[in-house]
Design a protein around this ligand. Structure first.
Ligand SMILES: Nc1nc2c(ncn2[C@@H]2O[C@H](COP(=O)(O)OP(=O)(O)OP(=O)(O)O)[C@@H](O)[C@H]2O)c(=O)[nH]1
Ligand SMILES: [Mg+2]
Length: 337
């Protein structure tokens, strides 16, 4: 095992103390460290997280997803403000899968969450999802843990629904909330069954003005759909609600449903098992990512894999035989070190 230099340990102990005392700037610095790709930063971040670990786990972890334009930002601002009014301290981690490509909508979101961002008990942190699997930044889990150590009662993890990202967020959270639009008809807006299966709570947004009645219909459509899908599912039954972020209505009901869900998970012991298996999955995901990165970095493997890709594409080699050759080359080079 590599020995951690004592200067690094001292620095990490100090910043851990600052984070635990609720120092926002120390938390922000820690997240920057956690997100950094630099190896020395990663080493520091891991020592720091080691010091924080026994102080984590105290927040309700909520994942929120939904298609672009469904009303995520507006909902999070209104719902977040409701939470602050009832005395909760809230961290919002917004993971933006588009940011790597387009510069993203983070700037727009910041202005949309202006009121929430000014609330003293709220911490908002947009994370670029660069290099991420499934639209959730690789380090979101660690960032969430740092926020818990800093004493936040609720951590909201937001991501745009792009297929894979919902599963990744659900794999981090205690409860996965799916936002949907009013309307959409029989196909329920083309939302994949897999995503519906993940949802613990479905919220129809924009239940106001002309859309109010439609939202109610949509609510009952989803309720029937869920009853079919999750008839034999384990755990608390998923709920469907509607709300208006604009009129700030239905938000208290959303929190009550979340609390109820959470209480059920705690009293059945499922929360602990869920978090345990999430942590273990995260470990293997990290191993997979690092193994693949190491494999791609091997010069010999790179040369070989290009040739094999062509052979497999042309049908001259079977994919399995080519994979065996790549792994053999990797093992050999790794063993040479
Ligand atoms: N009527 C009504 N409109 C809403 C409500 N919430 C959001 N909207 C509108 O819906 C549009 C999209 O809202 P956003 O909150 O930006 O949606 P988003 O899901 O964050 O969008 P992306 O970040 O682009 O994925 C905006 O024009 C909002 O004004 C609501 O409660 N009622
Ligand atoms: Mg948004």
């Amino acid at each position: 095992m590599t020995k951690v230099p004592s200067s690094l340990e001292n620095g990490a102990t100090e910043s851990a103390r600052d984070i635990l005392s609720g120092d926002r700037r120390a938390l922000a610095r820690a997240i920057t460290l956690i997100e950094s790709a630099r190896e020395d930063h990663q080493a520091q971040a891991q020592v720091l997280l080691g010091n924080l670990l026994s102080h984590t786990g105290g927040a309700v972890r909520i994942g929120i997803s939904g298609s672009p334009g469904v009303g995520k930002s507006t909902f999070i601002e209104a719902f977040g403000l409701h939470l602050t009014e009832i005395g909760k301290r809230l961290a919002v981690l917004a993971v933006d899968p588009s940011s790597a490509l387009s510069g993203g909508s983070i700037l727009g979101d910041k202005t949309r969450m202006e009121r929430l961002a000014r609330a003293p008990s709220v911490f908002i942190r947009p994370s670029p999802a660069a290099g991420a699997l499934g639209g959730v930044a690789r380090r979101t889990r660690e960032t969430m843990l740092a926020c818990e150590a800093a004493g936040f009662d609720v951590v909201l993890i937001e991501t745009v629904g792009v297929g894979q990202s919902e599963a990744a967020v659900a794999g981090l959270a205690d409860l996965f909330v799916l936002l949907v639009q009013p309307g959409g008809g029989d196909d329920l807006q083309g939302i994949k069954r897999g995503v519906m299966e993940l949802a613990d709570l479905i919220i129809v947004t924009k239940a106001d003005g002309d859309l109010r009645d439609l939202a109610r219909h949509t609510e009952s459509d989803y309720r029937s759909a869920l009853a079919l899908i999750r008839a034999h599912g384990k755990g608390p039954r998923p709920q469907v609600l509607s709300c208006s972020a604009m009129e700030e209505s239905g938000l208290a009901e959303v929190w009550l449903a979340i609390e109820k869900h959470n209480d059920a998970l705690v009293s059945s012991g499922e929360l602990a098992t869920k978090r345990q298996s999430q942590a273990v999955s995260w470990m293997w995901r990290e191993v997979e990512e690092r193994l693949m990165a190491a494999l791609r970095d091997e010069a010999g493997v790179t040369a070989l894999s290009e040739r094999l890709e062509n052979e497999v594409a042309a049908g001259r080699q079977s994919p399995v035989a080519a994979a065996t050759a790549i792994l053999a080359a990797f093992r050999q080079q790794d063993g040479d070190k």
